[in-house]
Write a protein that binds this ligand. Sequence first.
Ligand SMILES: Cc1cc2nc3c(=O)[nH]c(=O)nc-3n(C[C@H](O)[C@H](O)[C@H](O)COP(=O)(O)OP(=O)(O)OC[C@H]3O[C@@H](n4cnc5c(N)ncnc54)[C@H](O)[C@@H]3O)c2cc1C
Length: 400
Amino acid sequence: MISVFSNDALENLGKAVKTFLEEEIYPIEHKLLHMDWLEAELLLGEKRDLARQTGAWNLYLPKELGGPGLSLPEVAQIGEILGTTPYGHYLFNCQAPDAGNMELLMAYAEGDLREQFFTPLTEGKIRSCFAMTEPGNAGSNPLLMTTTAEKEGDHFVLNGHKWFTTGADGAAFAIVMCLTDPDNPNPYQRASMILVPADNPGFQIIRNIPVMGHSGAGWMSHSEVRLEKVRVPQSHLLGEAGRGFQIAQERLGPGRIHHCMRWIGIAERCFDLMCRRAVSRKISPDKSLGNKQMVQQWIAESRAQIDSVRYMVMHTAWQMEHHGQKSAREAISAIKFLASDMLLKVIDHSIQTHGALGLTDDSLLSFYYRQERAARIYDGSDETHKASLARRILKQYGLQ
Ligand SMILES: Cc1cc2nc3c(=O)[nH]c(=O)nc-3n(C[C@H](O)[C@H](O)[C@H](O)COP(=O)(O)OP(=O)(O)OC[C@H]3O[C@@H](n4cnc5c(N)ncnc54)[C@H](O)[C@@H]3O)c2cc1C
């Protein structure tokens, strides 16, 4: 792995996190992946106590709110290390969707709401979820959303149908995107974000959706959720009414850096497994797979692809940190599809190098192959990012 640490303190933090993961987590990953969630959560809880001691707990938060207070490029570098194991971000309480929700609550939750939901979330005592996508409407165009929140006295009443609500199973609350002003002539001002406690009787988890043969549970679930006459006080509105899409946009840039660096960490792990296998697997008494040029090609190409994506993501993080998210819009779209494409190619090369072993659940690779295919779909699909990037470029050439 290429070390890009920009200062000594960060390098020390990176080393502490890496050592913790290598010593405490890599050896039990296989066991964790095959446990049911409640059992895994207990074991992970013990490990979380150790993770806190490294200083990277709540990786994305400022110091005064219990995080290490890192800049975006610094967060990115530690995020890559966490990505090398499926549990890295969870162990440091900066897993999606909780980390994004923490950022929302940090900015918009006040008074009781802050105490009841933000504080325990930062302490790792509760989990949360974010419900925007709907089965009946194309997620690629969230303006099509139909979930509504109508005012009734000093409450909102929500009705709607969501799915792929990651982590809803066992979450204490959901942040729900819904229409509060469906007739507003500006479609971007129709939606709002509203916090819904999961114990509200109208908040019903219908099922954990089976994804590629695995239903998932707890933090690893993707649930189908119905909202039926969900009454919540108007104080549960996050930010101003009608600003849901704008708030989502604000979250988008840093969120993308987090995802891309996690994917780079996964790619590094799969790359490491590929190299080890290439050397250890004999294909004749004196030759290993690594002696074969086709395998060498996968290794050389993977190395170059991972490193080039990292440079681009790090540069985007730097640009956002120093010149603001707006200045990096094109790069933010580009890194999303470049990084997900690179990730899937590296996982695939690593599986191919492992042969049948790579397909078994004995190997981390099959988990990553299943789990990370989604990288090209969530957080804005590759196609929508490509279309948006091309439109921005062609606009400068006069395209109407
Ligand atoms: C693992 C996973 C976790 C998720 N977690 C959450 C979550 O926590 N909360 C939440 O709200 N949602 C979540 N989602 C949903 C995700 O945001 C949506 O799946 C995504 O926005 C795409 O919407 P869709 O699935 O409805 O696809 P559709 O919008 O129906 O699109 C179908 C296909 O058409 C393609 N397409 C769209 N526009 C174009 C175009 N202009 N040109 C060419 N092709 C195009 C898309 O790329 C896509 O491949 C998750 C999804 C997955 C897979």
